[in-house]
Structure formats: structure tokens, C-alpha cells
Design a protein around this ligand. Structure first.
Ligand code: FUB
Ligand code: ZN
Length: 653
């Protein structure tokens, strides 16, 4: 399917939406957080958690771990001796600043503004007169600038710095952070321009940041520099490494790829930046091929949760259908990055199926990361936990490899600030508009305001989603001229019903488009929330013979703390044809238990299969499942999403 760009050139509009991604062309355009307010429900609660717990927690740990002090140490000349953290620790400060910037705009939190300014002053003080800024390279006693582009992350850090500055500019502030980021971006253009250093960064990120800086400032130099980096990639300018150059997407030019490969976050950030550049260059063919790469990745290399990345060793995509549940890496950052790509494609094409991808990933990867307290995070998001791991100590730094349970902070803490910036900017993913209508992409409780060519539309959306499937949209204000309201109909909601003032309207595929005139109307969307049994593509070898349970957008799991005392999760099977019921905490299915006998050797000949009795299964029992995103909030547990099918198959009484 090819991408359509409806030529809505918005260059020259007085104000850009207060949103992280504002392409100048696209099938639909974003509505910023100044036009959409989430004020309750599942995501309202998470935005409050972000403001009250997650962001202060990031500030606390970045100070405590010394990553903020690294900037002070650059100023006082001691950084080579005292620096702490990974090479890319600066980027966590910048992502936190970005989260704070969106949060300040969302909540108007004056205390947060003061804390933000203090951090920015410390960062700014470490910048060199020519714009270079890094606490790991280029200071007295440290390796020279750009001497380790494979692993040094200098341009990656600049990318996050620039994204934080874009957040400030879009939220109406031309402040010290913006000056620092623009100086850094100018420095990058100077050093890495067409005639400059012929290298790229081992971790993409600068590309998408430069395009957005170009969009917000109108300075095309930044877009051109992004294009230089994109075209330079894939030609082996980075040294070879043990994982091969595919790890950082430097083995094959972007245009020659068919599917995303290598390190998942790197591949997805790169794709986001490439789409951004392609959109600004009006290169439909380029965006179309990136879309095909992402679509193929969704079809063959993505977990049922929306998670991406099957390899722990190199945090990378596996081969097609290599999606082991227990070894699933599914880094939280890869979930964030996948949302970034899907959102760009949705804006470019208007294809609401990308709204499904975003929804799945938001609920089942990004929402899964923070604990209920907002003070511990999953780095990886496996779909099966075989051994009940002890909770990470609440007050200690964890190694990423130990992150079987949520931990307060990691040596590599890229994920927590990524969650924070996504939660703070979340309203900008709720709805889009074009000249004639509004498209609702995500169902949340809050207000939406859009300025259409025919006039201003104000909507109030109320829902208990995803606990229940009723979404009510009241048209509080709208012109007496025709406009359209489009609702995304999730792929799993075939029997969705939409009414306008109690009269049913047709639903076609992924959308329901309703012709509207005037205000005072009530639209109600009824999404079928009956639990569903899902089976995997038979080519996903590692989960053949199993099923999963989903309810609405939520993937469910069985957690050992919900099983009868003495029952081991290993022995649980599920009646795939059995009854499923929604409960307060999730879903109840019909389960059966099997007894396994250990042998010296866990393999046997199939030759005598016919004479062997089938593994006996117990009578059915009620098997409780909970939303995957809630798991591991109740102490050590084992867990699985994909459950072996019972061969007896009689439903529970
Ligand atoms: O390298 C920076 C970040 O650290 C990556 O995006 C994550 O995968 C983690 O390795
Ligand atoms: Zn991460």
C-alpha cells in the first residue's frame, strides 16, 4: 500500500501545535497538549504519577548517581577523575529535562519550573564556547571528542538535548536550554557537514532531533544535516564490532533494508528520523519504503504486547518469528521508539492501524515499566518469568542484566526517563485533525479542542476504558457547518457499535467516520470487551501449542501469586475453547493442571508415542489472569502470557 501525502503545507502558520512531532505535511496533523487535556482514568492517573513520583524520582537518582554532578565537574576541571555513569549518562539528564518541559506545560507546576532551571544552568555551564558539550569526552584528561563514535554516544546525547529544547520551544519558552541546544546543533552541522568528518554516531537519535529542530526553528540546515547522517549510514563508517555493523545499522544503506535489524532502539530511532526527513523532503517513495520495513517488522518481529527485541546479548531484533517469550528483551525504550515510528506513520498516512500499534504498546510495554509507586521500573519486558526473582532493593543501583524485576535505578537507566517524557507528552497522541475533521486515535477521559476550517470544535470524552468499552463523546461546541468526527475502531473490535444521539451509524474497517453539524450531540462508542483467546502464528516456534488471553487492548498473563497454594505455574494449561469471564482484576479462564515427571533426560523417542498414555489433566479449575502491565507489583512471582493449551478442552463448570 502506498503512502498518500495530502498536501497540507502548514509552513507559515502562526503557531505550531504544542507537540513533539509536527511535520509540515501529512494526511492528518497533530493536536498539541494545549488542545487536549487528559484529566482522569487510566492515563490521567499515570500522568499524575509522573508528576508526583516518576519525575522527582529521576531527579533524585540522577543527582545521587552523580550524573548531574558530572556537569559541575566539567566546570571545575575534575571530570576526568570523578565522572560516574555510562558514556551516555548525559542523555538521561536531557530526557528528564524533556519530560519536565512537557510536564511544566501540562500542569503549570511552578516548582518544577524552578527545578528545571537549576538543572539547565548546570548543563549550560559545561558547554564549550564552540557548542561542544559532553561530560565523557573532550575535557582535560579525557579521550578527545569524537574519538569513539561506535560507543561514545556524543551525537546521541546531542539528539536528546535537542529534543528537550524542541519541547521548550513548542511550549513557548526561548530559554537557556534552547540556546545551549542550538549552539550544539550548529556545532554538529559544522563538524559533521558534507565536507566535515565523514562519520555517524553509533546510536541514531540525532537525526529525528535535527529534523524536529528544523521544523520548529524553520532553519533548513538542520534538516540537511539529518539527511547527511541518514545517507552516510550503512556504508561502514563505523568500525566493525563483535555483533557486526548491523548492530548499529551501518552495514546496509537504509534504502536497501527490508525489515528492521540490529539493536532495536537504534533501528527504531533511526527509522523515526528517516521518516521525519522523508516527510520534509516530500519523498513519498522513501517514506513508503520505511513504512514497508516497519510493517514487516510488526508482522514478523513483534511480540503480542507490541514489544520489540528478542536478543539480550545485543538488545536486538531476532530473525523473523524468533520471538521467545522467556527471553523476550522488549526493552521499554524500544516500546517508546516504536510508538514514535507508528505515530509518524499515522500522521503521514492517516492509517489508523498505527493507532492500534500505539495503543498496544502503550498499555502493554510502556505502562508495564513503572511500578504502582512510580519509583521502580522494568527495563526489559519478558512474556514469561520462570523463576520468582527477589525484588530489587528499593534503594540500590541495579545492573541492567539483573533487571528481572522492577528496579529503582539502573547503571543503564535509559528507560525511566523515556517513560517520563512519553507520559508527559501523552495528550498529543490522543487525536489528530485535518481541515474538515477530528480523528480520535486513543480513548481517554479529557477535553479536545480543534480549529477546523469551518470553525472551532470542542469535545468532551469520558470513558472507563480499558476497564469498560463505553466511550462517550459530547460535542460541547461546533460550527453549524459540516465537519467529520472519525473514531479509530481497534482491529480486535469487529462488533463495535457507534451511536449518534442514540441512532446507530455504520462502522467500516478501522474507522467510523461521522458527518457532523452543530453542537449538543452525543456520540457513544461501544467496544466489545469480552476476553479473547489469541493464538500465535505457527511460525513462532517458541510458543507453538500455546494461547494467550486478551481483553480490549490489554494482554493478560497468569501470575503465580493468583494460583491456588501449591500449584506451580509450569503445570497450568488453559482450555482454549473454555468460557472466559471478565472479573474485577482481569479475566477468569478455565484451567487444568498436568503432572510432569522429571526424567534424567528431557527428551524421548516418538516411536512409542502411540502406546504412551496422554499426560493426564486435572478437572477444570478457575484460572485467574491479570493485565500484563500489572504484573510483579505483588511480590516475587512467576508469570506467563502464552499458556499451553489443554488437550482435554472441556470448559470449567
Ligand atoms: O545506548 C543507549 C541506550 O542504552 C540504548 O538505547 C539502550 O538499549 C541501552 O543500551
Ligand atoms: Zn531503555
Amino acid at each position: 500500500m502506498s503512502m498518500t501525502i495530502d498536501a497540507q503545507d502548514r509552513t507559515g502558520r502562526p503557531a505550531q501545535p504544542v507537540a513533539p512531532v509536527v511535520p509540515t505535511v501529512g494526511a492528518v496533523r497533530p493536536l498539541g497538549i494545549e488542545r487536549i487535556r487528559i484529566d482522569d482514568g487510566f492515563w490521567g492517573a499515570r500522568q499524575r504519577l509522573n508528576q508526583e513520583s516518576i519525575i522527582p524520582h529521576l531527579e533524585y537518582w540522577e543527582e545521587r548517581a552523580g550524573w548531574l554532578k558530572n556537569f559541575d565537574a566539567v566546570v571545575d576541571g575534575t571530570v576526568a577523575d570523578v565522572r560516574t555513569g555510562q558514556k551516555f549518562a548525559d542523555s538521561e539528564i536531557y530526557k528528564t529535562l524533556e519530560a519536565m518541559a512537557w510536564e511544566i506545560a501540562r500542569s503549570g507546576d511552578a516548582g518544577l519550573q524552578t527545578r528545571f532551571d537549576r538543572i539547565v544552568a548546570r548543563v549550560a555551564a559545561a558547554q564549550k564556547p564552540d557548542g561542544y558539550l559532553n561530560t565523557r569526552f573532550g575535557n582535560a584528561g579525557q579521550p578527545p571528542r569524537y574519538s569513539d563514535l561506535e560507543w561514545g554516544h556524543e551525537l546521541y546525547c546531542f539528539g536528546h538535548l535537542i529534543q528537550a529544547a524542541v519541547a521548550r520551544l513548542r511550549t513557548g519558552h526561548r530559554d537557556q536550554l534552547v540556546d545551549v541546544a542550538i549552539k550544539a546543533a550548529d556545532h554538529v552541522c559544522e563538524v559533521f557537514g558534507p565536507d566535515g568528518l565523514q562519520r555517524v554516531c553509533g546510536h541514531p537519535e540525532i537525526e529525528t532531533a535535527l529534523v524536529e529542530l528544523s521544523r520548529v526553528t524553520g532553519d533548513e540546515r538542520y534538516l540537511r544535516q539529518a539527511r547527511v547522517f541518514l545517507d552516510r549510514r550503512g556504508h561502514g563508517t563505523l568500525g566493525d564490532i563483535e555483533f557486526g555493523r548491523s548492530y548499529f545499522q551501518d552495514d546496509v544503506p537504509i534504502r536497501d533494508n527490508e525489515v528492521l535489524r540490529g539493536h532495536a532502539v537504534r533501528a527504531l530511532y533511526l527509522t523515526a528520523g528517516a521518516i521525519d526527513a522523508g516527510i520534509e523532503e516530500h519523498d513519498v517513495r522513501y517514506v513508503d519504503l520505511l513504512r514497508a520495513q516497519y510493517d514487516r517488522t510488526l508482522a514478523r518481529r513483534t511480540y503480542i504486547t507490541g514489544g520489540m527485541g528478542s536478543h539480550h546479548q545485543d538488545e536486538a531484533f531476532g530473525d523473523d518469528f524468533e520471538l521467545p517469550p522467556d527471553r523476550a528483551y522488549c526493552e521499554t525504550c524500544a516500546g517508546v521508539a516504536s510508538v514514535m515510528v507508528a505515530w509518524r506513520l499515522l500522521l503521514a498516512t492517516g492509517d489508523l492501524r498505527y493507532g492500534d500499534v500505539i495503543e498496544r504498546t502503550l498499555y502493554n510495554v510502556i505502562a508495564a515499566s513503572p511500578s504502582d509507586s512510580g519509583r521502580a521500573f522494568f527495563y526489559t519486558n519478558p512474556l514469561q518469568q520462570r523463576v520468582a526473582a527477589a525484588a530489587a532493593p528499593a534503594d540500590e543501583l541495579s545492573l541492567r542484566a539483573q533487571s528481572q524485576l522492577r528496579a529503582p535505578w539502573f547503571e543503564v537507566s535509559c528507560c525511566p526517563p523515556n517513560v517520563a517524557r512519553t507520559f508527559a507528552q501523552l495528550a498529543s497522541y490522543v487525536a489528530t485533525q485535518n481541515a474538515t475533521g477530528v480523528q480520535i486515535i486513543q480513548y481517554m477521559t479529557g477535553d479536545i479542542r480543534a480549529e477546523l476550517d469551518v470553525g472551532v470544535v470542542e469535545l468532551r470524552m469520558t470513558t472507563g476504558y480499558p476497564d469498560d468499552g463505553v466511550v462517550t463523546i459530547d460535542v460541547d461546541s461546533a460550527p453549524d457547518a459540516p465537519w467529520t468526527l472519525t473514531l479509530r475502531i481497534p482491529e480486535w473490535a469487529e462488533s463495535a457499535v457507534v451511536t449518534v444521539d442514540d441512532a446507530e451509524v455504520p462502522v467500516v474497517g478501522a474507522r467510523c467516520t461521522i458527518p457532523m453539524t452543530g453542537s449538543g450531540h452525543r456520540i457513544v462508542l461501544h467496544l466489545p470487551m469480552e476476553p479473547r483467546i489469541m493464538e500465535p502464528d505457527p511460525r513462532i516456534d517458541s510458543v507453538r501449542g500455546t494461547v494467550a488471553v486478551a481483553r480490549g487492548p490489554l494482554v493478560m498473563c497468569v501470575e503465580s501469586v493468583d494460583l491456588p497454594v501449591g500449584v506451580d505455574l509450569e503445570s497450568v494449561r488453559i482450555d482454549a475453547a473454555g468460557a472466559l469471564a471478565s472479573t474485577r482484576s482481569g479475566v477468569e479462564a478455565s484451567g487444568r493442571l498436568v503432572g510432569y515427571e522429571d526424567a534424567m533426560w528431557p527428551y524421548r523417542s516418538v516411536a512409542d508415542e502411540a502406546s504412551r498414555p496422554a499426560v493426564p489433566e486435572s478437572e477444570p479449575f478457575r484460572l485467574p489472569l491479570v493485565p500484563y502491565h500489572t504484573w510483579a507489583n505483588r511480590g516475587p512471582s512467576t508469570m506467563r502470557v502464552w499458556i499451553p493449551r489443554s488437550h482435554t478442552g472441556r470448559p470449567a463448570a
